[in-house]
Ligand binder design. Structure first.
Ligand SMILES: [Zn+2]
Length: 308
């Protein structure tokens, strides 16, 4: 499933990893965590002009062509005012500007709002979350983004195409083989039908993936509750590690095909917001497309196991 080359850089160990299906590569340099770039999390200051707070959300945000927004519990879903996809929505997750800890019902309602908004929409869909400005959120108030395009996101396309090739060559699903292999690895976190593990060639720091037993957004609705339970466990784990900011994406196939694809969720932790604008993303991530990772996935799996 992946190749590891271990080398030394100065007095430190360096791993080069490559995922065979996609060709995705990363470098893992555990010693770099000693730079201690991350700072202690401090809640964001109040924002009196926040367009997603209750006083403004129903006047400052657009409506769908029906003239409505989708409301499920406290969540409110509407079109993105500045879209970068053919279909691009925003779901304000909760009325609370600084959510602190998310409740099960808040995330369930928000994801349900996303799924409702996708009803009747074609294309390749994804549900995404940038949490906190250091993870790229332009508005602190917690919100999801739903995207649908006629072409899949680049990373999903690699897995879709790679999955078909794997199925043709091996006569079985890449994802089934992946789950079987990871189940007994030090990267395994929890779950079975909904399978959570520390990804072996991470896209970002402390990447956790969830493999879903479905391929489309429509099928996902049956698994929302156990998915949210798992997601909350990961967010709690991140916070125990001192990291609050994160990115999350859930990728879907366009329609239910026998092409060997499983929907999956990827979550990476990000540096906490800081006053000097120190970033955890630089030329390696942005120009080389080869992230430098600090935490070995096997160490993440061990840390998770130790906290149970
Ligand atoms: Zn707000």
């Amino acid at each position: 499933m992946f190749l590891v080359t271990e080398t030394t850089a100065g007095s430190h160990t360096l791993q080069l990893r490559e995922e065979l299906l996609t060709g995705h590569r990363c470098k893992i340099s555990p010693a770099r965590i000693n730079r201690r770039l991350d700072t202690v999390y401090r809640p964001p200051p109040p924002a009196p002009d926040c367009p997603f707070c209750r006083e403004k959300v129903f006047s400052a945000t657009p409506t769908f062509s029906t003239g409505d927004r989708i409301c499920v519990g406290e969540s409110v879903t509407f079109p993105n005012l500045f879209p970068f996809a053919e279909w691009h929505t925003v779901t304000v997750i909760t009325a609370r500007h600084d959510a602190g800890v998310f409740s099960r019902s808040e995330i369930l309602d928000a994801l349900s709002g996303q799924l409702q908004s996708f009803s009747g929409i074609g294309g390749y869909k994804s549900i995404n979350w940038n949490y906190l400005p250091s993870a790229g959120a332009s508005i602190v108030h917690p919100h999801l983004q739903g995207l649908a395009d006629r072409r899949p996101p680049a990373i999903a396309e690699q897995y879709l195409l790679g999955g078909v090739r794997y199925l043709i060559r091996n006569g079985c699903s890449y994802w089934d083989d992946l789950v079987e292999g990871e189940r007994n690895s030090p990267r395994y976190l929890f779950g079975d039908e909904i399978f959570w593990y520390a990804h072996h060639v991470p896209l970002g720091e402390r990447e956790v993936r969830c493999i879903l037993p479905v391929s489309t957004c429509e099928e996902f609705s049956s698994y929302l509750e156990p998915f949210v339970d798992g997601l909350l466990r990961i967010l709690t784990f991140y916070r125990e590690l001192g990291t609050y900011a994160f990115n999350m994406s859930v990728f879907f196939d366009k329609k239910k095909n026998r092409n060997g694809f499983s929907s999956f969720c990827s979550i990476i932790s990000r540096i906490n917001p800081n006053v000097s604008s120190t970033s955890d993303t630089a030329f390696m991530e942005r120009l080389h497309l080869e992230p430098v990772i600090l935490t070995l996935p096997e160490d993440l799996g061990r840390d998770f196991g130790n906290r149970k």
